[in-house]
Ligand binder design. Structure first.
Ligand code: NOJ
Ligand code: NOJ
Length: 466
């Protein structure tokens, strides 16, 4: 796995403004997408695991990631679902991906019915389905919300395809106690979102922006599905909870810090995350599009957070002082997890992919809105893309879709997204296209769990957003 990071010269060749270079870059991204699909599928339904289980990584030691994490699996299956529904996916591939998704439904139901220490909040299982009873940061209540989000979209597609029978038997029906996967997850998150839980990074217990955001999206999307299946009592209850969560979410923008903080009311876990600035906030925006658009990719509080994250990671990793394109981003500035133990934290592939995807979705979002309004919150973000905007006189002004600067600014947003992808290309294995979890902050070599399934899933969702 130790292949040198790509040379600076090659990077510049791949990532420069000439149209030839841009085509080459797009080609390289596409080639890597094919490899990522292949590597992602290798980690699903391993030969010693149950059908529908997802390895976080094939690594069994330093670290041992040979488990099915509810969160990782849901995010990976979201990529599988999206791929399955693309019109240019060949029919035989579609059929096999649909089988994979249905296997995942079966394995998920098995997980829900397995006795564990924290019930539905249990973060991970052995790949044969046994519960995990060692010490761990639990519960982690984002898992059931993410699983519901993926499966609601799958259910809606199955209904379109005429497979309502499968949906009602395995995914959603109104019976209580719940017998179906989505209903079980929705009932759980609808009743437990006020309780503290461990965060996505499995380190801090408290109330998290990410968890509330994914829970709210799951409840709203779930309510739509419930309505279409005639369960209007439940949909009303889910929407009411979503409304209550909305009030809580708005408290996470810290005006004195100028960004959305990750956690409030910490009660346990590590205590050195002083900034409370965390890539996970942006991942939430990507993983949980809200029906009413709040905290979407053009929200100025989201842009303010993205800009703080960019600036912070630029300074703390020495590889960001070298001449690579773009930047390498990590989880949060105080991170100490090195991929196997505690020393110093590093950039993560999925963080770079997440930032790129945010930029791509932001460009599409502004295009759809037909305007960009500059505010005190988002101006620093735009000024970092275009120095002409580095004057507070822009606050309150609006660029409209017809103006030439509007198009130029959108191009700059996409270009910045590309720089994060170019950076990813520079650090992966140059021969095989494999990606681990992390990138050493000083040398640029990969480290941590090899072939992290989430690295591939996040690569793919970024490319699809492009
Ligand atoms: C393993 C967790 O998965 C990781 O997120 C965490 O940073 C380390 N343990 C250290 O607590
Ligand atoms: C550590 C990450 O922090 C966590 O989010 C993830 O679920 C596990 N590794 C497994 O990939």
């Amino acid at each position: 796995m130790r292949s040198a990071p790509i040379t600076f010269a090659l990077c510049v060749a791949l990532f420069s403004s000439s149209s030839f270079a841009r085509d080459k870059f797009a080609e390289k991204l596409e080639e890597q997408a094919e490899k990522s699909k292949e590597y992602l599928l290798r980690n699903i339904s391993p030969s010693d695991g149950a059908l529908g289980s997802v390895l976080a990584s094939p690594s069994r030691k330093d670290p041992d990631y040979y488990f099915h994490w509810t969160r990782d699996a849901a995010l990976v299956m979201e990529a599988v679902r999206f791929w399955q529904q693309q019109s240019d996916t060949p029919e035989n591939v579609k059929a096999s991906l649909l089988k994979t998704l249905k296997d995942y439904v079966g394995f998920s139901r098995k997980n829900q019915n397995t006795y564990t220490l924290t019930g539905l909040g249990e973060p991970k299982f052995y790949v044969d389905g046994r519960g995990y009873f060692e010490a761990w940061g639990r519960p982690q209540n984002d898992g059931p919300a993410l699983r519901a989000l993926t499966l609601v979209k799958m259910a809606q597609n199955l209904i379109k395809m005429g497979e309502t029978g499968f949906v009602k038997t395995y995914l959603y029906n109104s019976s209580l106690p719940a017998t179906t996967v989505i209903k079980t997850d929705l009932e759980y998150v609808a009743h437990h979102w006020r309780e503290s839980s461990f965060d996505v990074w499995e380190e801090v217990r408290g109330i998290h922006f990410y968890n509330l955001l994914v829970t709210r999206a799951a409840l709203l999307d779930g309510a739509t599905l419930a309505d279409s299946l005639g369960d209007s009592g439940a949909s009303g209850f889910y929407r009411l909870q979503a409304e209550l969560i909305k009030k809580e979410l708005s408290k996470f923008f810290d005006a004195s810090k100028g960004y959305i903080v990750a956690t409030m009311n910490r009660t346990d876990g590590i205590n050195y995350k002083n900034s409370n600035l965390d890539m996970v906030v942006l991942l939430g925006v990507l993983h949980a599009p809200q029906q009413d658009g709040i905290f979407g990719p053009t929200d100025d509080r989201v842009l303010a957070t993205a800009e703080q994250i960019r600036k912070t990671f630029k300074d703390i990793y020495s590889i960001n002082q070298k001449n690579f394109p773009g930047l390498a981003l990590g989880r949060y500035p105080e991170d100490k997890y090195d991929g196997a133990g505690i020393s110093t934290g590093n950039p993560w592939f999925l963080a770079n992919h997440g930032m790129a995807e945010l930029y791509y979705r932001m460009a599409k979002g502004f295009e759809k809105e037909g305007q960009i309004k500059f505010s005190a919150k988002n101006l620093d973000f735009f000024a970092s893309l275009d120095s002409h905007l580095a004057s507070s006189s822009w606050v309150g002004k609006t660029l409209k879709a017809g103006q030439p600067q509007f198009k130029t600014l959108l191009q700059k947003i996409v270009g910045a997204g590309d720089s994060y992808m170019a950076r990813t290309l520079a650090h992966m294995n140059q021969e095989t296209g494999e990606m681990s979890e992390q990138i050493n902050r000083e040398s640029g070599y990969m480290q941590g769990a090899n072939n992290l399934t989430w690295s591939y899933a996040s690569y793919l969702t970024a490319i699809w957003a492009r």
